[in-house]
Write a protein that binds this ligand. Structure first.
Ligand code: NDP
Ligand code: GDR
Length: 343
């Protein structure tokens, strides 16, 4: 089997490549041209240089490049993971986000239709499409109400995926994945920002962590579990839409407490809103304060997904608790910070 993964330099791209290589696939991982491309994730997983992993330069905003990539590789499966994936940045760069995250998906669907409509396609859709949630927990039928340019762009890509499935009979699956994290998560996302900062505070490299909204609730799972679900979505008889989630939600504040505890630091929260702080219970030092620059123009307050359909149809279930995930991330960041690692 041959698969293309767009976004091999990202968290999910690296884990999915590892999974497919273990299954004996030949993997074409795409990255975009920059002055210095960074493959630290595939290196950390020990798959850089694997004989069945081919790295291909590609930008998904280019339809011609999409047609040419698919014509050359002749894949059985394509996983579209590339995106401008940071919600916060999408408010500052809405057009770029629409081009990459929305139209990028259309370019691949159109290229598949033109080159070989039998190729199986996976679109990385997101719980951000539920935004201002219309029911709790969220399932495949919950109405969408995106709250950011990123959410809107992903919703466009999701409906295009469904539309190509229904219009052309293409095998186009959409995975509505809730937040999933790991030691390979980018440091701009809140969980990794927290675990990396906690590690630095523990080691005396940093004094205080600055965050935005501590009340936001998220359904956080482990990325390695979720890439397994992506693969399963392309192995069934018919393409469909599936929610992958853990059915548990916690606040950002809860995750902060958990991460400090995992590093052996007991903290106390004080005050509220923009004046909220947390101190080290032993030393009294302020280790967390609010910086309003991390607040978003519109927030997604609460996400919690029910993955019952994925369990029934794909036999998929999350295997990793939030406690275990947080411990894994804190341990990795303490180890990395000790050795001077900086990604
Ligand atoms: P990352 O941000 O870690 O990775 C995104 C990837 O997209 C990177 O490899 C990035 O390359 C690449 N990319 C960005 N712009 C372009 C472009 N113009 N052309 C080609 N490649 C590009 O995201 P994750 O791995 O966390 O997520 C994977 C996908 O799943 C994304 O589409 C995301 O929106 C979606 N998703 C993620 C969830 C999560 O919780 N992680 C939940 C639901 C959906 P570069 O390294 O050069 O920036
Ligand atoms: P999210 O993830 O927006 O859910 O999108 P992120 O980790 O960025 O934010 C989660 C929540 O934490 C709050 N928050 C902060 N967030 C960041 N990044 N930095 C901070 O300092 C901070 N303080 C508080 C946010 O306001 C938010 O409520 C992720 C991405 O991976 C998307 O690509 C994916 O589609 C969704 O998850 C599901």
């Amino acid at each position: 089997m041959k698969a293309i993964i767009t976004g091999i330099t990202g968290q999910d791209g690296a884990y999915l490549a590892q999974l497919l290589l273990e299954k004996g696939y030949i993997v074409y991982g795409t990255y975009r041209r920059t002055s210095s491309v960074n493959f630290w994730r595939t290196e950390e997983l020990g798959i850089s240089g694997h004989p069945n992993l081919h790295l291909v330069e590609y930008d998904l905003t280019d339809l011609g490049a999409s047609i040419s990539l698919i014509s050359k590789v002749e894949p059985d499966e394509i996983y579209n993971l590339a995106a401008q994936s940071f919600v916060g940045v999408s408010f500052d760069q809405p057009s770029t986000t629409a081009q990459i995250t929305g139209i990028g998906c259309l370019n691949i669907l159109e290229a598949i239709r033109l080159v070989n409509p039998k190729i199986r396609f996976y679109q990385a859709s997101t719980s951000e499409m539920f935004g201002k949630v219309q029911s709790i927990p969220q399932i495949e039928e919950t109405p969408f109400y995106p709250r950011s340019p990123y959410g809107v762009a992903k919703l466009y890509a999701h409906w295009m995926t469904v539309n190509y499935r229904e219009s052309y009979g293409m095998f186009a699956a959409s995975g509505i994945l809730f937040n999933h994290e790991s030691p390979l998560r980018g440091r701009e996302f809140v969980t990794r920002k927290i675990t990396d900062s906690v590690a630095k505070i523990k080691l005396g490299i940093m004094d205080c962590l600055e965050l935005g909204n501590l009340d936001a609730k998220r359904d956080w799972g482990y990325a390695k579990d979720y890439v397994e679900g992506m693969w399963r979505m392309l192995q069934v008889d018919e393409a469909d839409t599936y929610v992958l989630a853990t059915n548990r939600t916690e606040t950002v504040r809860d995750f902060v407490r958990m991460a400090f505890a995992n590093a052996g630091i007991d903290i106390r929260f004080h005050g509220g809103d923009v004046n909220e702080t947390a101190t080290d219970a032993e030393t009294g030092k302020v280790v967390l304060r609010i910086n309003p620059k991390f607040h978003r123009p519109a927030e997604v307050d609460l996400l919690i997904g029910n993955p019952a359909k994925a369990k029934l149809k794909l036999g998929w279930e999350p295997t990793t608790t939030l406690e275990r995930l947080c411990q894994m991330m804190v341990d990795a960041d303490i180890r990395r910070n000790k050795s001077g690692f900086s990604f």
